[in-house]
Design a protein around this ligand. Structure first.
Ligand code: FDA
Length: 305
């Protein structure tokens, strides 16, 4: 119920524009978003790196409607890749195709993504293409397959699979045939029952099934979850199959379960933290509240303090 309310609110344009412009809104989102400027995310990355975690940087912003916005996002990602290299940070980038203009013109998004992956490959870095809601699933996968099929891009671009999607097992098989790196998550959007499992038990069962396929593939994947049961199942499977801890990484979101992030690093597992930044934080922030409505109370309490 609360989840549905927060997901509904995440799509409200009027609330979004008021919140993103207010300093109160920025204060509220601070727990999950590194800041609004490039320098903020670079600073946060340095701190997270010094705690032994890798990073994936994400410039917040999705469903852009103007060509200039898409170019602006792409320029920012090029600067991020340059800064990662110049400052020797342990980081890559995550990008949403709708922030690169997929809703405006497919060719525009294709050209901008291509040039980003080209840049990442040149400096031996990596671009993760985030997975958005189901209207974008097939197109996103087509992009990834297409980009990865070019020899010089191999290993420098990867996909995200959502365990709540019924189609994911088939998609994982196809990605693995090409040895494409995958981030496995549960899925953050509201999807209808014909496309996605609705019960958490079914999502978890599928998550574990897919996790096993990934770990056995011999490709370097990301197991993205804060769910201790999913994490324990992954460790258990890795140990049973003698898969070394450096053959994959756990991934978590900035500001969520920092205790668990630290503990996994101490225990010798690899951890990558996804750090979002930018002025368009509202939909991302609302999806985080939807996952755990208790966060709304937590955020408010901190604000009052
Ligand atoms: P679940 O939601 O079952 O939560 C398990 C436990 O984790 C909770 O009980 C709580 O303790 C903790 N927790 C989870 N969310 C929390 C929150 N917001 N605040 C505080 N505690 C929380 N989705 C997508 O559709 N496309 C994508 O590209 C990505 N990319 C992505 C990258 C990375 C690195 C991560 C970690 C996640 C994503 N996601 C995503 C989001 C993902 O689909 C999912 O919505 C969240 O990770 C929450 O799911 P969990 O696996 O954590 O489990």
């Amino acid at each position: 119920m609360l989840r549905a309310i927060f997901i509904g609110l995440s799509q409200s344009q009027s609330l979004r524009s008021v919140s993103e412009k207010s300093s109160l809104g920025r204060k509220l989102s601070h727990r999950f978003v590194a800041g609004t400027e490039l320098e903020d995310v670079l600073q946060a990355t340095k701190e997270v790196n010094s705690a032994g975690c890798s990073v994936s940087m994400d410039n917040l912003g999705e469903n852009v409607t103007r060509i200039e916005e898409a170019h602006h996002t792409a320029d920012l990602y090029h600067r991020l890749l340059d800064e990662i290299q110049a400052r020797k940070l342990d980081a890559n980038v995550s990008v949403k195709l709708t922030s690169l203009g997929l809703d405006v013109e497919e060719k525009l998004a294709r050209d901008l993504t291509h040039s980003l992956v080209e840049h990442a490959a040149r400096i031996n870095n990596f671009v993760r293409i985030d997975m958005e809601g189901s209207p974008y699933t097939q197109r996103t996968l087509d992009f990834v397959h297409d980009l990865h099929s070019q020899d010089r891009h191999r290993g420098h671009v990867g996909a995200v699979m959502q365990a709540y999607m019924r189609r994911s097992e088939r998609d994982v098989e196809q990605l693995l045939q090409e040895r494409i790196r995958i981030r496995l998550c549960k899925g953050a959007y509201k999807e209808p029952a014909e496309l996605a499992f609705q019960k958490m038990a079914e999502v978890n069962e599928n998550y574990i099934r897919l996790m096993k396929m990934l770990l056995k593939s011999g490709v370097y994947h990301g197991i993205a979850t804060h769910d201790e049961k999913m994490i324990a199942a992954t460790m258990e499977f890795a140990k049973a199959e003698k898969i070394p801890p450096d053959a994959f990484e756990f991934q978590m979101l900035y500001g969520i379960r920092r205790d668990l992030q630290r503990k996994l690093v101490e225990d010798g597992w690899r951890m990558r933290v996804y750090i979002p930044f930018g002025s368009e934080w509202y939909p991302y922030f609302m999806r985080r509240l939807a996952e755990r409505p208790a966060n709304a109370l937590f955020v408010l309490k901190n604000l009052l303090k």
